[in-house]
Write a protein that binds this ligand. Sequence first.
Ligand code: NAP
Length: 284
Amino acid sequence: MPIDGKTRIVGVLGDPVAHSASPAMHNAAFAAAGLNWVYLACHVPPERLAGAIRGARDLGWVGLNLTVPHKVAALEVVEQLDDEAKQLGAVNTLRFGENGRIEGHNTDGYGLVKALEEEFGLTLAGRQVLILGAGGGAGRALAMKCALEGVDSLYLANRTRERVEELATRVRATGTKVELLSLVEAASVLDKVELIINATSVGLQLGDTLPVMPGRGHYVYDTIYNPPETALLRAARQAGARVANGLSMLLHQGARAWEIWTGQPAPISAMRAALRQAVAGMSG
Ligand code: NAP
């Protein structure tokens, strides 16, 4: 579809952002749905975030995605937060509503829930879950989502303990049992958990390893999707665990954002195919 005077614009703001697979996924979805829309990736440093969001709104863009490191800082600019974003304490999707009102949503938790269903046929209610990297932006949102979905116990492991203390208080307020751990201590609770989620950035570089060795009975979900198999996933697969990488979460959080902007059901298979191709291109 050629870009013309009627083309509607959305995009992602991040720092860095050049590696993002989201433009490929969303633009394929617009093509599949026959929409004259375009999705751009914009490199925006933290000090320009508020100006960039308001600028996109003033230019008549439909909305935005936010990625590292903007998901929490953007809360300052948002004028209306939906319940999920409020509870997760972060936004990854904005929509510019009536009179330019900046509306904030969080589709990352939804993405995780859909991904676990699709990859493992797993629902979270009543489960014992270990989150590695619970102090990061993604880990915090996923921990809260697990609590809201009714997990029985959450083991929150992080390199820097102080970064999970406030989160632990919020999680306990939902009635979920919580234990805080260092990454090394995480190894000692493996026999108590069914699902292990890696939300650290350890594994992004080939050769990065975590001090955790999953076993046969575990489900292991790594939010990293590039490389497609981290050292954690490889070790888990070799030990007989069920494993999946973060591509499915990226897909489903993106599909939900797409629906928020367009008001139409997302063309999931076109988005999945575009994502797979984009990620294969990055690794190859
Ligand atoms: P972030 O806010 O920078 O958090 C990074 C996390 O990794 C923190 O918990 C940090 O611990 C930990 N960490 C970093 N280096 C470490 C090291 N050398 N040893 C131990 N722990 C280390 O990043 P984020 O936005 O949460 O992203 C985290 C991961 O999630 C990334 O791998 C990203 O690719 C992935 N992600 C995937 C999706 C998806 O849709 N699949 C979406 C969002 C994020 P400290 O607190 O101690 O610094």
